[in-house]
Design a binder for this molecule. Structure first.
Ligand code: GLN
Length: 488
């Protein structure tokens, strides 16, 4: 198995001629083949080997890694199967897209490849990114990378499991209500969801458009910073993207000479430390906060009073948008047209045959969303949820007048057992209680390993920043990571 955990280590290994990009890629491909975690739906063997050989030839010409022009030179990545890659099957872990070959590449992936990254393949996930455990996949559940009877978290569970198991250097996930942060927390990785609008959603198959964001999973904060800055910036093909800024977070972290956290005000919201929080999670977060205080940070107790409406609000907004977005998978515009559908004698049967290819969770959400948006109910549900969403966002705006960042747990518990919550959707939805508010408010947030429970399962510290405040957020996380070591 490849032994380089980070982008920097990989580049140093290339420079020291310990390994070439194509040798490294081959090692990853072998490791993927041997793994039984079920992380990859599609491995792009030929495509990635061609990319790696091209990298070999560039390396030969330059004699060293061209870090300036290609900051991700020769870095093998995993891509969640919700992001398109031209000519490569993109399934969203659904039967309905089993044979979909997109004619274009997602902007986020395109920018990484332009910076030299290699795409090993498409990673398993919860179908259409709906779930918290990566058990809702038409291609089978994904195993936790170290505790095989546990879930890796969802919906980007495989994006986390693959990085932790050394099947890629880093990966892309997507976060609509916590799908990058939750798996990062369960698997002991850094997972970052940027500000809504920071990274283009072009080529990201939509679940809930007002919430979806591309995010990163990696072994270190520095790696996530590098990937995020490479992907971010305005994209004319996604009107919700913010204007491009010159970002150099990775370099800022590398040259960070900060010796303390003097002047940093950390808000601790009481609503995130209520009933149902595993004691070990609470104490790991507490001890990290104490450490931050010992380094000069100021702890400020805050309240985000509308937090308790978050889950209800999210599950109205997300299912409504999903029912609208997923209407296109009807076997006419998009989606498999099965033989049974072809043989249907009327339109209703044709639709039924096609749309019954969705899994149970996706069907549940389409039904709920269609109900919430049906005539006469729009004001009572979707509109009302949008109004409450505004209040949740305002809680954060008020808090950020007093504090620079907010710290909390990522999830109420550590990774649970496979099969434990699949039959109880409400229990599953509650796993997102800490991640959903920042999603509804469109804020940047990350998960950083901060300890383990007595079963040796990882615990994540949740840091949330103001809009476009990723710089401060990454810097703080990096400082804690360096000071406290990799507690994962
Ligand atoms: N677990 C949440 C859901 O099922 C969040 C999913 C996500 O962020 N994609 O909706």
């Amino acid at each position: 198995m490849p032994v380089f955990r980070t982008i920097r280590e990989t580049h140093d290994a290339f420079d020291a001629r310990k390994i070439s990009p194509s040798e490294l890629t081959k090692e990853y491909l072998d490791a993927i083949e041997k793994s039984d975690l079920n992380t990859f739906i599609t491995v792009c063997k030929d495509r990635v080997m061609a990319q790696a050989q091209h990298a070999d030839s560039i390396f030969l010409k330059h004699g060293k890694v061209p870090r300036e022009q290609s900051p991700l030179f020769g870095i093998p990545l995993g891509i969640k199967d919700v992001l398109t890659l031209e000519g490569v099957r993109t399934t969203c872990a659904s039967k309905i897209l089993e044979n979909y070959i997109p004619p274009y590449t997602a902007t986020a992936v395109e920018r990484l490849e332009k910076a030299g990254a290699l795409s090993l393949g498409k990673l398993n996930m919860d179908e259409f990114a709906m779930g918290s455990s990566n058990e809702n996949s038409a291609y089978g559940a994904v195993k936790h990378p170290t505790h095989y009877d546990r879930v890796p978290g969802g919906s980007s569970g495989a994006s986390a499991a693959a990085v932790k198991a050394g099947l890629c250097v880093a990966s892309l996930g997507t976060d609509t209500g916590g799908s990058v942060r939750l798996p990062a927390s369960y698997c002991g990785l850094v997972g970052v969801k940027p500000t809504y609008g920071r990274i283009s959603r072009y080529g990201l198959i939509a679940f809930a458009s007002s919430l979806d964001q591309v995010g990163t999973l990696s072994n270190t904060v520095e790696d996530s910073a590098l990937l995020l800055q490479t992907m971010s910036g305005h994209d004319p093909r996604d009107s919700t993207t913010a204007p491009a800024e010159k970002l150099n977070w990775a370099e800022q972290l590398r040259s960070l000479s900060k010796k303390d956290l003097n002047g940093l005000r950390i808000g601790v919201p009481k609503e995130y430390f209520g009933d149902g929080l595993q004691t070990e999670v609470a104490s790991a977060v507490e001890s990290t906060l104490k450490w931050c205080e010992s380094k000069g940070a100021k702890r400020v107790e805050i309240s985000l009073p509308h937090t308790r409406y978050s889950i209800a609000t999210y599950y109205v907004v997300a299912v409504s948008e999903a029912s609208s977005n997923l209407a296109r998978f009807d076997g006419v515009r998009y989606g498999v047209r099965s033989k049974e559908a072809e043989e249907a004698s009327d339109l209703a049967t044709f639709y039924k045959k096609t749309r019954s290819l969705f899994g149970a969770e996706v069907k549940r959400r389409i039904l709920l969303g269609t109900f919430a948006l049906s005539s006469g109910y729009y004001e009572a549900y979707y509109l009302r949820a949008c109004q409450v969403r505004r209040l949740i966002r305002k809680d954060f705006e008020d808090a950020f007048k007093k504090v620079d960042i907010i710290a909390a747990p990522v999830a109420p518990t550590t990774a649970f057992k496979r099969g434990e919550k699949v039959s109880d959707p409400l229990q599953m939805y509650l796993m997102d209680i800490c991640t959903i508010p920042a999603s509804l408010a469109g804020l940047p947030a990350l998960s950083l390993p901060c300890g383990k429970d007595k079963e040796d399962l990882s615990i994540g510290l949740h840091l949330i920043g103001p809009h476009f405040g990723e710089g401060r957020l990454l810097e703080t996380a990096h400082f804690i990571e360096k000071g406290r070591g990799h507690e994962s």
